[in-house]
Design a protein around this ligand. Structure first.
Ligand code: 6GU
Length: 243
């Protein structure tokens, strides 16, 4: 998968050399290019922002550098065109389902806004050439999109074929089935007077699966009642209803 990131702080992306994302890049599974937006400025101050029309606090990113950046990074006549993702607190919520959708694309471009955001005409013009999605991590405000891109890239990269050693870990994990995952334990069997739940040491795989399912339901009900309410009848089994 090809990913281009445009930002006025390309140094934010240094950690993407590390760990499993770094490995995915080294192996060629992830082909990542990070670009400084100021490459596409032409004035001596390399200006990327200006005051908002209509007044108000802060600054807005001017459209010209963004237009040139996208002209440079969108391959002419590419089918399909890349998908443009714009991290923003006004975006649609980023979810595991969106991570799967983005992981299936051959080419993503992330446009990192700073200040009060990017002039909306950049997105309107880009939409004439490619699908554009404004995406939010949650209901809080960050300084800019850089950290959000690192978060989304991590969620996406781990779904790419060949990145996770054990493909089962995708099937078992939190959010895979609309539930939070059950608690996990390892050795030693007793630590600071706390025992690992006996059932997990029983070797009875049927009872273990049922225990994990019950714990997942209990956790989800306590912490994320919204997720529990969204579960379809197909995602529940008959024995769930009793718990
Ligand atoms: Cl994706 N960007 C910014 N700037 N703030 C956010 C966000 C994104 N998601 C939540 N807050």
């Amino acid at each position: 998968m090809r990913v281009d990131v445009i930002s006025i702080f390309p140094d934010y992306f240094a950690p993407l050399d590390l760990s499993l994302i770094g490995k995915a890049r080294a192996s060629g599974v992830l082909d990542l290019g990070v670009h400084d937006l100021r490459t596409w400025t032409h004035d001596v101050h390399r200006t990327v922002d200006d005051t908002p029309y209509g007044g108000g606090p802060g600054m807005v990113m001017r459209p010209e550098p963004w237009g040139e950046a996208l002209d440079a990074l969108v391959p002419p006549g590419a089918t399909p065109p890349p998908r443009l993702l714009v991290p923003s607190p006004v975006g649609v919520p980023f979810t595991q389902a969106l991570a799967y959708e983005f992981a299936a694309e051959p080419h993503l471009i992330f446009a990192c806004g700073r200040y009060e955001g990017i002039d909306q005409r950049v997105l309107a013009h880009a939409e004439t050439r490619m699908p554009v999605t404004e995406v939010s991590l949650g209901d809080y405000v960050l300084f800019g999109g850089e950290v959000a891109v690192i978060v989304m890239l991590e969620a996406i990269t781990r779904l790419l074929p060949g990145v996770l050693g054990n493909a089962d870990s995708l099937d078992e994990e939190s959010h895979a089935h609309g539930l939070l995952e059950a608690p996990v334990y390892t050795k030693p069997p007793t630590w600071r007077e706390q025992d690992v739940p006996e059932i997990l040491r029983s070797g009875d795989h049927g009872r273990i699966a049922r225990w994990r399912r019950d714990e997942a339901l209990r956790r989800t009900a306590a912490r994320r009642p919204d997720m529990l309410a969204r579960l379809s009848t197909e995602q529940l089994d008959k024995r769930d209803v009793a718990t």
